[in-house]
Design a protein around this ligand. Structure first.
Ligand SMILES: C[S@@+](CC[C@H](N)C(=O)[O-])C[C@H]1O[C@@H](n2cnc3c(N)ncnc32)[C@H](O)[C@@H]1O
Length: 291
């Protein structure tokens, strides 16, 4: 079992994973975009070896459909077991390895995989450990291998104050019933004090929650109403699931710069059918390793 996970609270998170949707999970379009690349790779190599970081059901279903030899690396066996309940297509060529993404080559060995795929795994790792993470990826990948990855990002221009948010809520209560709308509105609070901090390059859910509670109380909005209409997930206003989770999201420029030591940015994919997708970028990175 991996020691010292940055956001160890995820050990309980499996309970709500099936209640949330894109852009916190990969969308159908994003999965299809990765699939296109995998089908192309499969044409020249019938024995592709894939590594999945995490247990994301949408990714595993797509790999099962394409009969890909798959290894999952997740520190959290209970997440894996919970995600198994959401799987639509069983993959007989899939196996789980319980281990830490920061010890990839130690756990899996070097030069093993044609591609690695994961739904924003690095956003669960302390920013200062990212060089070690990319180093590990580089080592477990075969030369020229691919890293297909979703990233959570604040790379959008829209920002608002908590005051703006409550004013909008007063005018458009129905709009806030929708999960994507609510998520989009809350991420726009990134510049409020303590929400995104440069020190950890992270977005603090606890800071957003405290802000909502404090400012909600001033406006006589009770906890139940906040919980159901203004928080990311209903039933979580006291942090039952998200707790003090910090989502690590440096600027996209900083991320692309950092990863460029090990990877080329091969393709970038933007989904634009709802503003909330602006918090997400899908990428295909190509390893710079030559042999
Ligand atoms: C947001 S949750 C699930 C997200 C992911 N999209 C999935 O479906 O598996 C994060 C998961 O990443 C795993 N995790 C977080 N940090 C990890 C690490 N350092 N090594 C391995 N797994 C880790 C947790 O155990 C948890 O299952």
């Amino acid at each position: 079992m991996a020691k010292k996970l940055y956001n160890s609270l995820w050990f309980q998170f499996w309970k709500i994973w099936n209640k949330i949707g894109p852009p916190w999970r990969p969308s159908v379009k994003e999965i299809k975009w990765w699939e296109k690349k995998i089908v192309e790779l499969n044409k020249s190599n019938k024995n592709l070896k894939a590594l999945v970081l995490g247990s994301t059901p949408e990714i595993r279903d797509m790999l099962a459909k394409n009969k890909i030899d798959t290894t999952l690396l997740d520190a959290n066996q209970s997440m894996y077991e919970a995600m198994n309940k959401l799987i639509k297509k069983k993959n007989n060529r899939e196996k789980l390895v319980v281990g830490n993404w920061l010890e990839m080559e130690k756990v899996l060995g070097e030069n093993r995989f044609d591609f690695v795929i994961g739904d924003a795994p690095h956003c669960n790792l302390a920013y200062k450990t990212w060089p070690r993470f990319f180093d590990g990826l580089y080592n477990v990948l075969k030369p020229g291998g691919y890293f297909m990855v979703g990233s959570i990002t604040l790379e959008f221009n829209e920002r608002q104050t908590i005051e703006d948010l409550f004013n909008k809520y007063k005018r458009k209560k129905k709009y806030f019933k929708n999960f994507k709308n609510r998520l989009w509105e809350l991420y726009q609070l990134a510049d409020e004090k303590g929400v995104w901090t440069n020190e950890v390059r992270g977005f603090s859910y606890e800071a957003v929650r405290k802000l909502l509670k404090r400012e909600g109380a001033k406006r006589k909005i009770g906890l139940k109403e906040l919980d159901e209409n203004l928080w990311f997930l209903s039933g979580d206003i006291n942090g039952e699931a998200l707790g003090n989770y910090v989502e690590v999201m440096p600027t996209l420029e900083e991320q692309i710069n950092l990863q460029s030591k090990w990877f080329y940015l091969d393709e970038l994919y933007l989904i634009l059918d709802h503003s909330a997708f602006k918090i997400r970028r899908a990428m295909i990175l190509k390893s710079k390793r030559l042999k």
